[in-house]
Write a protein of this length. Structure first.
Ligand SMILES: NC(=O)c1ccc[n+]([C@@H]2O[C@H](COP(=O)([O-])OP(=O)(O)OC[C@H]3O[C@@H](n4cnc5c(N)ncnc54)[C@H](OP(=O)(O)O)[C@@H]3O)[C@@H](O)[C@H]2O)c1
Length: 285
């Protein structure tokens, strides 16, 4: 990573998680095409370098780099934020894109995998980068949620620190995506007076690596369904990142339009409680 000095002509800086494949890969490309310097925060250097090389082939002058990040470990999230902050005092755009569904097990700190990676990892990353975001005039945080939140009728706090007992982990994934929307709206509430705009996104149902944990017997169903391409799946994230008005902060988007999420996702006291609990968890681990 090279040191950079901010000048008026410096490109805006974006950090996107999970950009080595799927929606994130095309979102990163779209940001480069709109003049952003882009950090791809991902687990695998080899997989991310393939995407970096692809982008550089199309745009040889692009400023695009890998940042190591494993969202299932608080220390990895802390190292990622630290490395970024060693080189940049400000951040224009954070895209919390990475996500898992149907993966068994617990994160290093003992959270159910979907909740731990999709919500807790991003909660901590955003917390560590918030001061850098608040240094710019019009910072944005885009969080990739899902319409799957519609299958979560609240949050059972007692289940967040145990491995999923179901085969597909669908309910746990739904809860993690409900948490993404609640997090995005509470983040807006906490920082809109400082100029921060936040958006949560349903990207569509996409033919990506996302389905890798699905039992192979169910794969034909996925392939048969009306799935869209990862490039199309990146469109709403790109719209929120680049074109959505700042005044529309805190909303949920699908097809590049504001959509009403469920009554649970609009529950302000649930959002505040999730925020408080998450804040305590990142302090205690
Ligand atoms: N696909 C869909 O139909 C769909 C629908 C609604 C919402 N979404 C959401 O869209 C987002 C992107 O999904 P996608 O379809 O592009 O899926 P994908 O192709 O599976 O990409 C997911 C990305 O997340 C990364 N990731 C997973 N676990 C991680 C961890 N512990 N630390 C850091 N990165 C991690 C993956 O990295 P590795 O390659 O290293 O695993 C990959 O880069 C997710 O938040 C997902 O929930 C997807």
């Amino acid at each position: 990573m090279s040191n950079s000095q901010v000048t008026d002509s410096s490109p805006p800086i974006a950090l996107i998680t999970g950009a080595n494949t799927g929606i994130g890969r095309y979102t990163a490309l779209g940001l480069v095409e709109r003049g952003y310097r882009v950090y791809l925060a991902c687990r695998s250097e080899a997989k991310t370098q393939t995407v970096v090389d692809e982008i550089l082939k199309l745009h040889p002058k692009a400023l695009v780099q890998w940042l190591p990040l494993d969202l299932s470990s608080f220390s990895s999230v802390e190292d990622c934020a630290k490395l970024f902050l060693q080189h940049h005092a400000h951040l224009d755009l954070l895209i919390n894109n990475a996500g898992v569904g149907g993966e068994k097990g617990l994160t290093v700190e003992g959270f159910e995998m979907a909740f731990g990676v999709n919500h807790m990892g991003h909660f901590l990353l955003t917390h560590l980068l918030i001061q850098a975001l608040l240094k710019v005039k019009t910072p944005k945080v885009v969080t990739v949620a899902s319409n799957a939140h519609r299958f979560a009728w609240g949050i059972d706090w007692s289940k967040l620190r145990q491995e999923t007992k179901s085969i597909l982990g669908a309910k746990d994934y739904a809860v993690s995506k409900l948490a993404n929307i609640l997090f995005s709206s509470q983040l807006s509430k906490n920082h809109r007076h400082q100029g921060l705009a936040t958006y949560s996104v349903h990207p569509g149902v996409i033919q990506s690596d996302f389905w890798r944990h699905l039992p192979s017997t169910l794969m034909p169903l996925v392939k048969w369904g009306p799935l869209i391409s990862p490039k199309q799946g990146a469109l709403t994230s790109l719209y929120c990142s680049l074109d959505a008005p700042h005044s529309e902060t805190g909303f949920f988007y699908a097809n590049s339009r504001i959509k009403k999420p469920t009554v649970f996702a609009r529950n302000e006291s649930l959002a505040a409680e999730l925020w408080e609990r998450s804040r305590e968890w990142i302090q205690k681990g």
